[in-house]
Design a protein around this ligand. Structure first.
Ligand SMILES: Nc1ncnc2c1ncn2[C@@H]1O[C@H](COP(=O)(O)OP(=O)(O)O)[C@@H](O)[C@H]1O
Ligand SMILES: [Mg+2]
Length: 283
């Protein structure tokens, strides 16, 4: 079964969609079979893959809402080894419905059970892009995941939101008795010379392990919780505007900024190391 990695943060603009997209391409070019699930009704991820109109997938075999009635959904082929389950605006209604167990629908679909094969069996990695809230789709992302990856910006406001996100993860683990591990935190849009960013990063490196140590049932994939920060660069928004991956944009148009790709490669190496060694330890 493929490893399922959910990218969560209840704040918008944290880097969930940008990084889901970037890592899907990084893992794919290393030969892994990758499925991306766009579980945010806003559909940013679907657009990043070049689909400008969600209505394109509104009804039919690619409609993610089918999972709520136990039906199959056919992924869209971006590349041989890179598939996408596109978003649908109707996901919001599904999330707000009174349906029993709505938080477990994505997990059942990806992991299977009751004699049904889960879709994750056909992939090495499944990356889930989640909305900027702590509602049923975010909880559903957490409940489906083997690993939780938390991108965050480094302002004081973002750091307070991060504690809320962590509480949601902890609550979901308790409620649904999940076996997930926290894969780590990725500082996004980091300005090395900005005091606020350095102060926030240093303080998070103290407070997060502190919080996690209070919950001994929360596993972490590495003692070092923080990945290398990703610097603040306009290229991310430019690539998104052109609907191409950050790698394609830099290789074709911004060769001088290859350091962005080096950082991504380092983080991908580290993600693989944490996932493949599977050294789950508690802080
Ligand atoms: N390292 C970065 N530096 C500067 N801007 C970034 C960086 N990473 C992402 N962005 C931009 O920040 C905005 C929000 O990112 P996004 O990935 O959509 O966040 P989320 O999905 O968490 O809401 C986008 O415009 C994106 O292009
Ligand atoms: Mg997003």
């Amino acid at each position: 079964m493929g490893k399922i990695v959910g990218l969560v943060n209840q704040k918008g603009g944290a880097g969930k969609s940008s990084l889901t997209n970037a890592f899907s391409h990084e893992l794919c070019r290393r030969g892994y079979r990758v499925l991306v699930v766009d579980y945010d009704p806003q559909g940013t991820q679907t657009m990043l893959f070049g689909f400008n109109r969600l209505s394109e997938f509104a009804d039919g075999e690619h409609d993610i809402r089918r999972i709520f009635s136990g039906e199959e959904v056919k992924p869209v082929e971006i590349d041989d080894n890179l598939h996408l389950i596109p978003s649908n605006q109707g996901l919001r209604e599904e999330a707000e419905s009174g349906r029993m167990g709505k938080e477990l629908v994505l997990s059942n679909f990806l992991r299977g059970g009751f004699g049904k094969k889960g879709l994750s069996e056909e992939y090495d990695f499944v990356l889930i892009d989640s909305p900027a809230d702590s509602g049923a789709l975010t909880v559903g992302t957490i409940a489906a995941s083997d690993y939780i990856l938390i991108p965050t910006r480094l302002t004081f406001v973002d750091s307070t939101g991060l504690v809320g996100t962590l509480q949601t993860v902890i609550q979901a683990v308790m409620t649904f008795r999940l076996e997930l591990s926290i894969l780590g935190f990725i500082p996004v849009a980091y300005k090395p010379r900005l005091k606020e960013h350095n102060d926030v990063l240093n303080s998070l490196k103290q407070t997060i392990p502190d919080i996690l140590s209070r919950y001994d049932f929360i596993k972490v994939a590495s003692q070092e919780l923080f990945f290398e920060p990703i610097k603040d660069r306009i290229a991310w928004a430019e690539a998104a505007g052109k609907r191409v991956s950050i790698r394609e944009y830099i290789e074709k148009e911004k060769k001088a900024q290859r350091d962005i790709l080096l950082t991504l490669e380092n983080i991908t190496d580290e993600i693989l190391r944490r996932v493949l060694i599977h050294s789950e330890i508690t802080v």
